[in-house]
Design a protein around this ligand. Structure first.
Ligand SMILES: [Zn+2]
Ligand SMILES: [Zn+2]
Ligand SMILES: [Zn+2]
Length: 361
């Protein structure tokens, strides 16, 4: 006690003593503690014992130096509005990160807890990550927990061979299972995100292709003229997407020259040319989303639209057929049940008549 490192309050007019390990004491001001932590505030609000030695708050189970650092940080926070500026780390936090995380969690000092999480996350190693992860779980620090899981996922082989992981396997297999489950969940989430990104990319490419297709057919591009009109304008300045346009124009040229046509019709179907098929699909997709009133400049658009209309009608007719069949079946089932009821009724009446006759006889 006495020097500035163990006595952050300076000692004068301190009204509370913090008791740490080996009965060491740190004099502090109750107003500073109460302002910094709601937990300490409620502890200080409790009535004092009469004839006691003044207010004493025990903070045990943590090294004395770490408690000193904690108190010093609470005092330093008093002078600023936002005590822990992002990216700026107090030396105490770097030195006593683990213990300060526990203290800031127990005494609910939010800004210090976040600073400790950041400090610990920036020092994570494969050797120590399991211990920090366990600490993050105990101190309800999800951000730090996630950082630990990421490191384990990234470097699982190295983490698996550490002493800490083996200790975990031997002493807390449920936690090990939980971590592995979290890793798998994270992996699946990542996979799902990647798939979604890939899908979005495909949709964007298709939508660009649709735009280019319309532009080529309506205005013409560098190599293909507008449909039904003269040569290509060869002016790429108005092109919505030169790379996509180039690919599409190559497909269009290919369709005209493809030797698929030279094969007999049966083989044409069997060995469908993938490039022709691709253009075919793009034309079909265009007609499915085309809102252009007829005649649309894109080839086959109105034909595809007609075909779609026909299939829709056919489907509706099929649905109608199914409905009619259902109605017919329900109606005939009703007739059958009526008949059965009548027969039963007749049977009972016959039996009654027979019994009456017997009684008369
Ligand atoms: Zn173009
Ligand atoms: Zn082809
Ligand atoms: Zn169209």
């Amino acid at each position: 006690m006495g020097n500035s490192r163990t006595d952050p309050s300076g000692g004068d007019d301190a009204d509370v003593q913090i008791l740490t390990t080996r009965k060491r004491r740190i004099p502090v001001h109750s107003r500073v503690l109460a302002a910094a932590s709601p937990v300490l505030e409620s502890m200080l609000d409790r009535p004092q014992k009469r004839g006691g030695e003044g207010r004493v708050i025990p903070i045990l189970g943590v090294p004395h130096d770490a408690v000193c650092a904690f108190v010093r940080l609470l005092y330093s926070a008093r002078s600023c509005v936002t005590p822990a500026v992002e990216g700026e780390e107090a030396p105490e936090v770097g030195e006593h990160g683990v213990h300060l995380l526990v203290l800031s969690h127990v005494y609910q000092v939010g800004w210090l807890k976040r600073a400790c999480e950041r400090a610990l996350a920036s020092r994570l190693t494969t050797e120590g990550v399991v211990d920090v992860l366990v600490l993050a779980r105990r101190c309800d620090a999800p951000w730090l927990h996630l950082r630990c899981l990421r490191l384990i996922a990234r470097d699982y082989a190295a983490v698996e061979s550490t002493e800490a992981w083996r200790f975990l396997q031997d002493n807390d297999p449920w936690l090990e299972l939980d971590i592995l489950q979290s890793l798998q969940d994270a992996h699946l989430r990542q996979k799902r995100r990647r798939r979604k990104r890939e899908e979005e990319k495909v949709y964007t490419e298709l939508s660009e292709a649709m735009e280019c297709l319309q532009h080529i057919c309506a205005e013409g591009c560098t190599e293909v003229g507008p449909s039904g009109r003269g040569p290509p304008p060869r002016d790429p300045t108005h092109c919505p997407n030169p790379a996509t346009c180039r690919g599409l124009q190559q497909l269009i040229h290919h369709l005209a020259a493809c030797d698929r046509k030279k094969k007999p019709p049966q083989q044409q179907q069997q060995h469908g040319c993938p490039r022709c098929k691709r253009l075919w699909q793009l034309l079909r997709l265009h007609s499915a989303i085309c809102v252009h009133p007829d005649p649309c400049k894109v080839p086959l658009c109105s034909q595809f639209k007609q075909k779609m209309e026909q299939t829709k009608r056919k489907e509706e007719e099929e649905k109608d057929e199914k409905w009619k069949l259902l109605v017919k079946k329900v109606a005939s089932a009703r007739v059958m049940s009526h008949l059965a009821k009548r027969k039963r009724q007749e049977g009972i009446q016959n039996q009654e008549a027979w019994l009456k006759q017997k009684l008369i006889d």
